[in-house]
Ligand binder design. Structure first.
Ligand code: ANZ
Ligand code: ZN
Length: 829
């Protein structure tokens, strides 16, 4: 089989696009703007085909939008600070900056070879002072608005590596690198007060209709708002009170004991001087040791100990014992709970172990209670609850909360699982925290005119071993005059979490060279929010939450006119090899280079876009790439074999309604394909089915019987040329090099990406299409527009490939598939 000369073609167009600045966009006009953003990568070195999916989808989308008449902004940059650079640098003995810049260079070359084109003059790298100057500026703004503060917090410390580790580097309580059990250390840390925005972050999720439901749900769970009440239990024989947070005040008559966390500040007061003091203290100490020893970190034990003290249940006046147990977390609610063993399973198990009374106070409205085998955790009707008997849980919640408030024994409260964001890192390769500690003035921000605080490149960047940042070793860095009193002061030596760098980068792209401010507000106002954000679902929580937080902050201080940074989000599925996520550490990566050498970048792109619905995981198959390559060769032949007359026939006018036979069929197929591609790519980016449609069109073109009619200038030639023109434009976003080349050979001077997508004449397709109704178990689940007259086998295939049906089947094979010709498919499961 003869192959089209992809090597020369690809090289030629990559060069041409770079020279002509295909994706370089003037932002002075924002009419019809389309900001297409791919999550900027960590410059880890080589990209494999798994990474390719993200960038190739994004590139195809940007090209498509251009052809749909949008002004497209498609920038790219580098999330370039972080631990891997430091680790690699330690191993290979080169400076992290050098390592990072080399990787950036290599990855840019890869993008270039894939035909993935960006607005490179807008490139940013978070490790460059021109960028991190503004990350530091953001820190100072947060500080000035009371949203950055310092407090002592525990960090993960590896006694063997003598360094602080990020949470992600702690695997089952041990150091990722040396396997030593990590311990907890208390250090002064900087935090951002993201909890101030908890409600806004939660409530505005409702406005994100174009985000995957899964991601919205993950954010919701992460913030996790609970409405409840604080209830005071008065400690007997003292004037102290224990405040407990509960989401179920309706169960309060069933509270038969109280439990506080081992770190609760009142523990000392409760047990001090009592006969049980030594025993309780021993328990608390052993708990603490266990917590530090790794294993128990995530799963606190179920043990507990009686303190010897009691408290009064405020509703029924009964005396209940106070226990200490680690299943009550220090950091959540008030660190103390009223235990209701009848209706909370953890309390139930605890009561069984320590032989504490279990009483039923909620009875289900319908169905049976799980008591006495297990706690009944649902809502219901109150029993054994005095004058609240007979009320529903919701009614009783309100009445009891009101009563507690009236008696000053409690109040309604809201709790969140979301914690403030710990941003200090005791590591070298990050943006220095722009704060100064002065003996006389306290903590003082670096004045904005003195930013950036440069990361010194002549310090020993190895961790020091004492929990301090390597920056503390540089006297030149450390010593500074206090900006307020001019006296001797010291710089903060920590660097920022790299998630701070990526929390605002999408704003910087619109004015990457602005030396006066972090971003040009006007341009940001007209070009943002980002229209389409594309990235991996692994960022569903942290990165997206932090970016939303920073946007909300900037909105609050009047710097951006929008509350949400990303209007639409698309999370692509992973490419797997042998069932596992492709990754260097698993040794199952497929390198794109040999594939490009053997088949060309367009074939690789087509393969990646064709490999199943883009939101779902898919398995890499070496053999399918050949099919993709064959298809492209076929498209070339469709042109080459008839090029003499295609070029001469492109502008032939004909009356579409007067066509018959093969000509009529080809014209219909062309319009059908145009319509199908547009619909498949709108909203859902189903490149796979769009490509199928172009394949069908190509089939029809091959079968088009030319003989008699294919005189240059004839109607038949005109129809064929029209189909060829459409095929090239439809495929251009997916396989840009070969299409750009065909386009040029068809006589066009301007890039195909400056041309428009072909328009379908719906009337012409309608006659030849039917609406296929697809049912599951005789219930209508989907409809699909398809060409009329397809055989049953094809209808069956179409029905099973329908995305909605696939979603509902969730991988379950159908029992039977009934087909009613030209109308309906019923999938029986
Ligand atoms: C009494 C009760 C009765 C509760 C009942 C539940 C069911 P969410 O929804 O996650 O906010 N709780 C409160 N603070 C706690 C802490 N620091 N550590 C562990 N558990 C804590 O959970 C709130 C519920 O979790 C609270 O409501 C409390 O138990 C427990 F039938 O109070 B509940
Ligand atoms: Zn001072």
């Amino acid at each position: 089989m003869s192959r089209y000369p992809y090597k020369t073609i690809e090289k030629k167009w990559q060069q041409r696009w770079a020279e002509n600045g295909l994706m370089h966009t003037d932002l002075s006009n924002a009419d019809n703007k389309y900001y297409c953003l791919m999550m900027f990568p960590y410059p880890s070195g080589e990209l494999h085909v798994g990474h390719g999916r993200n960038y190739i989808i994004g590139d195809a989308l940007a090209r498509l939008k251009m052809m749909q008449g949008c002004r497209v902004l498609a920038p790219m940059g580098w999330d370039a600070f972080g631990l891997p650079a430091e680790n690699a640098a330690l191993k290979e003995d080169i400076h992290p900056a050098v390592w990072t810049r080399e990787n950036i260079k290599r990855m840019k070359e890869q993008f270039y070879r894939w035909g993935v084109v960006y607005d490179w003059p807008r490139e940013i790298a978070s490790c460059e002072p021109e960028y991190y100057r503004w990350t530091q500026w953001l820190f100072v703004q947060l500080y000035k608005h009371g949203l950055a503060y310092r407090k002592a917090a525990s960090v993960n410390w590896c006694p063997s590596c003598q360094t602080v580790l990020a949470n992600e580097q702690v695997i089952a309580g041990a150091c990722e690198r040396c396997g030593t059990e990590i311990v907890e250390r208390f250090l002064e840390q900087w935090f951002f007060k993201i909890t101030d925005f908890a409600d806004a972050l939660l409530d505005d999720l409702d406005t994100l209709q174009w985000w995957p439901e899964r991601v919205v749900q993950m954010q919701r769970n992460w913030i996790d708002r609970s409405e409840g009440t604080d209830v005071d239990f008065l400690v007997t024989d003292s004037d102290g009170r224990l405040t407990c947070f509960t989401t179920r005040p309706d169960t309060i008559f069933g509270a038969t004991f109280v439990v506080i966390s081992p770190d609760h500040p009142l523990v000392d007061g409760l047990i001090g001087g009592s006969e049980r003091e030594a025993e309780v203290r021993a328990f608390i100490d052993s708990e603490r040791a266990r917590k530090l020893s790794g294993d128990a970190r995530n799963e606190p034990g179920k043990e507990g100990i009686f303190t010897g003290r009691h408290a009064l249940n405020p509703l029924n006046g009964e005396e209940v014992p106070i226990y200490v147990a680690p299943y009550v977390l220090t950091e959540y609610g008030t660190g103390a709970i009223m235990a209701v063993p009848g209706h909370d399973q953890r309390d139930f198990e605890f009561a069984q172990t320590y032989d504490l009374p279990i009483s039923e106070v909620i009875r289900p409205v319908t169905g049976k209670s799980t008591l006495p085998q297990a706690a009944y955790e649902g809502k219901g009707i109150l029993v054994n609850s005095g004058r609240y008997d007979g009320m529903t849980s919701d009614e009783a919640f309100d009445k009891i909360a009101a009563w507690l408030e009236e008696k000053s024994l409690g109040k309604r409260t809201t709790n969140y699982r979301l914690r403030d964001w710990l941003v200090s890192r005791q590591r070298y390769w990050g943006a220095p925290i722009p704060m100064i500690h002065c003996g006389a003035c306290g903590t003082v921000p670096v004045p904005e005119r003195d930013l950036p605080v440069r990361l010194p490149d002549d310090v020993e960047f190895r961790p020091r071993g004492d929990g301090k940042s390597p920056l503390a070793s540089s006297a030149k860095f450390l010593q500074v005059a206090c900006p307020e009193c001019g006296g001797k002061a010291e710089r903060d030596t920590d660097t920022m979490d790299t998630f701070v760098d990526s929390s605002w980068y999408y704003l910087r792209y619109v004015s990457p060279n602005d030396n006066e401010r972090a971003f040009t507000a006007d341009t940001v106002g007209s070009w943002l929010p980002v229209d389409q954000y594309i990235g991996g679902v692994e960022h569903a929580i942290l990165h997206l939450l932090y970016a939303r937080f920073v946007t909300k902050f900037l909105h609050r201080i009047g710097m951006v006119p929008f509350k949400e940074p990303f209007a639409r989000l698309f999370t692509q599925g992973m490419i797997c090899k042998n069932g596992a996520k492709m990754s260097k550490s698993k040794g199952n990566v497929v390198s794109p280079d040999p594939i490009i050498d053997a088949f060309g970048a367009d074939s690789m792109r087509l393969y990646i876009l064709f490999a199943g619905p883009p939101e779902r995981d898919t398995e890499w198959r070496d053999d399918s790439i050949e099919g993709c390559s064959r298809f492209i060769n076929r498209v070339c032949r469709l042109y080459d074999s008839r090029k003499d007359f295609v070029n001469k026939s492109l502008n032939i006018q004909f009356d579409p309604t007067a066509l018959e036979g093969a000509e009529k069929a080809l014209l219909r197929k062309t319009h059908w394909a145009i319509l199908k591609v547009r619909k498949d790519l709108e909203d859902t980016f189903h490149f796979n089915t769009a490509i199928s449609a172009t394949m069908e069109l190509a089939n029809e073109m091959s079968a088009f019987d030319p003989h008699a009619r294919l005189e240059p200038g004839s109607v038949g030639a005109g129809v064929y040329a029209f189909a060829m023109d459409a095929l090239v434009r439809l495929l251009a976003p997916m396989t840009p090099h070969v299409c750009e080349d065909l386009w040029e050979r068809m006589g066009h001077k301007e890039s195909v990406f400056r041309a428009s997508m072909p328009q379908a004449d719906e009337a012409l397709t309608r006659a030849e299409t039917i609406t296929l109704v697809i049912q599951i178990n005789s219930k209508i689940r989907a409809r699909e527009e398809i060409p009329a007259g397809e055989p049953d086998e094809k209808l069956r295939e179409i029905a099973l490939a329908n995305p909605r049906i696939q979603e509902l089947l969730a991988g379950n094979p159908p029992k039977k598939v009934l087909v009613i010709q030209n109308k309906l498919v019923n999938v029986i499961v």
